[in-house]
Every structure is written in C-alpha cells, then in structure tokens.
Design a protein around this ligand. Sequence first.
Ligand code: ZN
Ligand code: ZN
Length: 203
Amino acid sequence: MATDAPMSCSCGKVTGMIRGLSPASTNHVRCPCDACQAYAHYLGRADDMLDEGGYSNIFQMNPRDFEIHQGHEHLAAVRITDTGPVRWYADCCKTPLGNTFPRGGMPFLGVLPICIGHKGTSSAVVDLVGPVRAVGFEKPPIPLGSRLRTMGMIMRLFTKMAIWRIRFGKSWKPFFDEHTLRPIRKPIKLTDAEREALAAKVI
Ligand SMILES: [Zn+2]
Ligand SMILES: [Zn+2]
C-alpha cells in the first residue's frame, strides 16, 4: 500500500510531503561509503544519519513525488567529492533531505529518512519502503551474495528510472530549474581542509 509521509526539517521551517511511498515505488539501500559518512559529519547529524557501523539508510525514489511546500529559501546543497551526488539539505537546522545527480533530467532522488522523522532502519521506515534491498559502495571484501544483491538492486533502480523518464519526461522537481535543469542552488564546494577534517571522522 502506498503512503504519503509528511516531510519536515528538524526545526520545521522546511515542510512538504513525500507521495506514494511503498516498497514497490522505492529502493531502500544502505551505504557505508566515506562520502555519506563525511556528509553526516558535515551536517553535524551523525547520530541521526549513521548507525554504529557508519551506514546511512537511503530510500531512492522519483523526485517528482518529493514535494516541498514551505521553506524553499532554506534549501542548500553540497558536494562532498567532485564526482559524487549533489546532497540537498535544510540549512536552517542542517537536516538532510535527499541526494541527486548534478543535473536534472534523469529522475533520481536518494532520501535520508530523518526528514520524515525516522532514523535509519527503524521499523517505521521499513513499513513505508520495505526492508533494505542491498548495500551500495560496500567496503571489500564483498561476499558474492551481497554483490549479486547490489547488482539486482542497481538493475531494478535503472529500470525504474527509465520508466519514470519515459512516463513523466525530463525530471526537474523539486531541486532543478525546469528549463536549464541546473540545480536551484549552487552546490557548496568543500575546501581541502574541510574535506580532510571530515575524512578524519570516517570509520
Ligand atoms: Zn530547519
Ligand atoms: Zn554513500
């Protein structure tokens, strides 16, 4: 069953609604990568975003179903690495929202569940988007079963993205300009010193 989940930053200035959440409409993954960990430390929200192993829970979805109703002026974006995703957050209280590609076009959004009020793998998240399907960017050695699960998850995600793209056209809501497909905020680029300080906190 699909559920609409109210979305909010922790201080309540940014609010919205995530439409139609279900295990079928999303991909629930966990990621232990250095950049996801650094991002949690960048926001000062490691307790809300990382489990004891340094994993972030993320559910991937069609960004058009992620509605921002209020607080657009508080939106900010950062890139932890030069090649990684653009990570969107509410600057008022450093609440992570979701991760996107650098440009609009292909529909993709990886949501950090704290913006619907739940930490990581809480049963409330699993009720909404189903259990974790795979681990992204797992650290080696990676068991074969885990590798196969990740490959299956990526194929499932790409199939979904292709279907969303064909059905709804170029993706831009809510983080890109409709015409240029550029981010509505210029992503913050970290200095080398900031990156090093964050890297020191990664496990
Ligand atoms: Zn806030
Ligand atoms: Zn990651």
